[in-house]
Design a protein around this ligand. Structure first.
Ligand code: IDP
Length: 150
């Protein structure tokens, strides 16, 4: 048994979550929020938005050269999205675990993508993949005055 003083302390983190147009269309925003809350993640900022092409392209700029970039931008602008910043211990990884694998065919049972995603294109949710990207992505959508520590 490891003594308590050797346990690695959990870091309080923030991450960016987007409920994509397919999941908004399925009316499961509340079900997804419940999963966040049950996992100990707090919603510290939220807004619904219909992204413009320029906003979606800017958000996914790292994927600009990927073959699926255009399809991704088309999909992300096909309807409103629900955007939130989540705060909690280990939030980046915890949120990625709740989401499941990018392709819902590979997503573990009980994950958001296993339950709500239809395909690798329409895969229900986005989540920051690192603490560094989380800060960039939160700032992309929320001025710091709209993020509420609690
Ligand atoms: P992630 O959303 O799990 O972090 P990324 O590799 O960062 O996955 O890709 C961003 C998004 O681009 C995915 O969520 C998915 O919607 C889309 N995407 C990724 N790979 C493919 C693909 O091979 N075909 C079509 N769409 C893809």
């Amino acid at each position: 048994v490891r003594p308590a003083y050797l346990e690695i302390p959990m870091a309080l983190e923030r991450t960016l979550s987007i409920i994509k147009p397919d999941a908004v269309g399925k009316n499961v925003i509340g079900e997804i929020y419940t999963r966040f809350e049950k996992a100990g993640l707090k919603i510290v900022a939220a807004r619904m938005k219909h992204l413009s092409r320029a906003e979606a392209e800017g958000f996914y700029a790292v994927h600009r050269e990927r073959p699926f970039f255009n399809a991704l931008v088309e999909f992300m602008t096909s309807g409103p999205v629900m955007i939130q910043a989540l705060e909690g211990d280990n939030a980046v990884l915890k949120h990625r675990d709740l989401m499941g694998a990018t392709n819902p065919k590979d997503a573990a049972a009980g994950t958001i993508r296993a339950d709500f995603a239809d395909s690798i294109d329409a895969n229900a949710v986005h989540g920051s993949d690192s603490l560094e990207n989380a800060a960039i992505e939160i700032a992309y959508f929320f001025p710091s005055t709209d993020v509420h520590a609690r």
